[in-house]
Design a protein around this ligand. Structure first.
Ligand code: SF4
Ligand code: SF4
Length: 84
């Protein structure tokens, strides 16, 4: 299981700062940050701690089981960011 970021993300990087697993990208100093439409969780790295959820002011982060039906596409969108 992994947490999932959805399209209401405003890229303020608050979640990046609290993630103990360093699995939310792109970071502000990474080359693809500017072009990214939103932040993404690496499903391979997420440890399901939930620390990112309360800091997100736009309520864009969901545990997999809480993801609304109309946001399910973001499971793949998040994973795809980390595929080469
Ligand atoms: S805290 Fe929320 S709005 Fe901010 S970058 Fe993370 S997911 Fe996006
Ligand atoms: S649940 Fe924890 S490990 Fe997963 S993205 Fe959020 S802060 Fe990082």
């Amino acid at each position: 299981m992994a947490f999932v970021i959805t399209d209401t993300c405003v890229k303020d990087s608050l979640c990046v700062e609290v993630c103990p697993a360093d699995c939310i990208h792109p970071k502000q100093d990474e080359p693809d940050f500017k072009a990214a439409r939103q932040m993404y969780v690496d499903p391979e790295g997420c440890i399901d701690c939930g620390a990112c959820v309360p800091v997100c002011t736009s309520d864009s982060i969901y545990a997999l089981e809480d993801l609304p039906e109309d946001k399910k596409e973001f499971i793949e969108t998040n994973a795809a960011h980390f595929k080469i």
